[in-house]
Design a protein around this ligand. Structure first.
Ligand code: ZN
Length: 246
């Protein structure tokens, strides 16, 4: 089967190309870079969360500051009233009760200030840590990307030569077979074309997934020299020189 020989040649070159691509994209450096990138994204998200918490603190601070200013204005107004005229006993009582209310309000604010201050300090501390971590991860990612890019550049000549060889072979392969091959490769069933494994008592199985061939598969393999695996759908061929019994 002429097509089988060509598709196997194609698969061989494809395998070389995949190994070369993996040596760039799945290198330790590339993996480290990908991890750092994920960690960087996570740190950015944490920083956003921290920023939201910080705006809660700012809101509390603003509310307390506003209430304090309000109380100060009321105290000033009360002081004016004391200065301006003789107060009746009723007015004096009212003024005292107003001032007591202001005092209570101020002491309430004071209670809020300390925990808010602590919360604010904690947020700043957290944010600084997240920022430092994000920066570290960004640096690792950038350094790894630079190395990976350099590696790709160095291997570019070999990569394009293998791609050229594949393009050259494609028109010589049966269209239907090529489609099957591309489909299996896209499903990560690599290699898509495998030898039949001859086991005990001439049993035949798929070298891709290990499943034994059905009687129908056996017959097809013997008749046509190739068949499809019932399980993984890979293309199976007989090993050179071997002859299967029907
Ligand atoms: Zn299989």
């Amino acid at each position: 089967m002429a097509d089988l020989k060509t598709i196997l040649k194609y698969q061989d070159i494809d395998l070389k190309l995949r190994r070369l691509t993996d040596s760039i994209e799945k290198s330790e450096t590339a993996k480290r870079g990908a991890l750092a990138r994920n960690e960087f994204e996570a740190a950015k998200k944490s920083m956003e969360e921290t920023e939201r918490n910080a705006s809660d603190v700012v809101e509390t601070v603003n509310a307390v500051t506003g209430a304090t200013k309000d109380a100060q204005a009321k105290v000033a107004a009360a002081a004016e009233r004391v200065k301006d005229k003789e107060l009746t006993s009723k007015e004096r009582k009212q003024l005292i009760s107003e001032l007591e209310a202001i005092k209570a309000k101020l002491s309430e604010n004071e209670k809020k200030v300390e925990p808010t201050k602590k919360k604010g300090e904690k947020i700043v501390d957290e944010y600084t840590k997240q920022q430092t971590h994000a920066k570290k991860m960004r640096d690792i990612y950038n350094a790894s990307k630079e190395k990976v890019d350099k590696d790709r550049q160095d291997k570019e000549k070999d990569l394009s030569e293998l791609k050229r060889q594949l393009d050259e072979l494609r028109p010589n392969i049966d269209k239907e077979l090529m489609k099957v091959y591309d489909g299996l490769a896209a499903e990560r069933k690599f290699p898509p074309v495998v030898e039949a494994h001859i086991g005990e008592r001439d049993s035949l199985s798929c070298r891709g997934c290990g499943l034994q061939l059905s009687q129908a598969g056996r017959s097809e393999l013997t008749d046509k020299g190739v068949c499809r695996c019932d399980n993984c759908r890979r293309v199976i061929y007989m090993p050179q020189g071997a002859k299967a019994k029907k």
